[in-house]
Design a protein around this ligand. Structure first.
Ligand code: PBG
Length: 331
């Protein structure tokens, strides 16, 4: 039963700012954001990333400063990605489980300076460490081996947990890795280390600037279609999410973000689990390019897209715009 025009005028509630505020269904705050950061070697180093204007790689001291900035802005979590030096990349990605690798040094430094005032999320996948740029171990034909890779990812995850990571985020899309990592974390006494599974991660054209940022882009031959999902599929995404939950994921992620909000909404409707989305590097670059070309207002584009993630059902969003958005939201 509903009234009809003119008794019903939906514009009444939109007429003033106070009324729009009163009727707003979705709220976006800095606490919804996770800030991805790129780590590089050195001291006092900031390296701008050309395909991600406004985003830099920072040496560990700079990462600590960004973490402190995040805390002051009300951002609860950072996500770390290393740009491993070329001579430390190998076919087996062994640097991934070196306890003194760049990631572990960054994790320990942030933990030491910031205590538990900020969460540290770490990506589990071999691509920042392999000479071939794939996320796992490859056979002679270049095929990424599943079970052999899972065994190495477990070592990588434990290495990160021992350094102090709070959320382990497997982004590799190997079958069975969440269960293997969860069991290893439990056996290692890391009961409170969470797993945020990149559950529905697509073989996307939107990852280009990220691969520049971690230095794997120039190395990668071919694509990642034998493990990342086909963009044509959504039923399969629900199967992936169901499996990762059954294997022990505390939360799941959909990636990329904006072109896949239908997946976010379906996951949210079907499962009682926190859903995150990754607004990936190519999406960030698109917004920056649009703003630079005068095709839209940067601040408005940033806030509208982040609100769209919340409206679709996200618990939180990984975004390179996190600090900027938080500043806008904090007024
Ligand atoms: C590594 C990883 C990728 C991203 C996050 N983790 C790249 C890839 O799978 O090739 C992409 C993030 C972005 O584009 O911002 N497995």
């Amino acid at each position: 039963m509903t009234a009809s025009y003119p008794a019903l005028r939906l514009r009444r509630s939109r007429a003033t700012g106070w009324s729009r505020a009163l009727h707003r269904e979705t709220v976006l705050t800095p606490a919804d954001l996770i800030w991805p950061l790129f780590v590089t070697e050195g001291q006092g180093v900031e390296e701008p990333i050309h395909s991600l204007p406004g985003v830099s790689r920072w040496s560990v001291d700079g990462i600590v400063a960004r973490a402190q900035e995040a805390i002051s802005l009300g951002i609860p979590c950072i996500a770390l990605f290393p740009n491993t030096q070329p001579d430390r990349r190998s076919n087996d990605g062994a640097e991934a489980f070196n306890p003194d690798n760049l990631m572990c040094r960054a994790i320990r430094a942030v933990r030491q300076e910031c205590g538990d005032r900020i969460g540290i999320l770490t990506d589990v996948a071999l691509d920042p460490y392999t000479a071939h740029g794939q996320d796992g171990l490859v056979d002679d034909d270049g095929y990424v081996l599943n079970d052999e890779t899972v065994a190495v990812l477990v070592d990588q995850a434990i290495n990160q947990a021992q350094a102090g990571a709070d959320i382990i985020a497997p982004s590799d899309m190997m079958d069975g890795r969440v269960k293997a990592i969860r069991m290893a974390l439990e056996m290692g006494g890391h009961h409170n280390v969470q797993i945020m599974a990149y559950a529905a991660k697509y073989a996307s054209a939107f990852y280009g600037p990220f691969r520049d940022a971690v230095g794997s882009g120039g190395l990668l031959k071919g694509d990642k279609k034998s493990y990342q999902m086909d963009p044509a599929n959504s039923e399969e995404a629900l199967r992936e999410v169901a499996l990762d939950i059954a294997e022990g994921a505390d939360s799941v992620m959909v990636k990329p973000g904006l072109p896949y909000l239908d997946i976010v909404a379906k996951v949210k409707a079907r499962f009682d689990v926190p859903v995150f989305a990754y607004q990936v590097s190519g999406e960030y670059a698109m917004i920056e390019a649009a703003a630079a070309a005068g095709a839209g207002d940067r601040d408005a584009l940033v806030l509208e897209t982040l609100m769209a993630f919340k409206r679709a059902g996200c618990t939180g969003i990984l975004t390179y715009h996190a600090a900027h958005a938080a500043r806008l939201l904090n007024g």
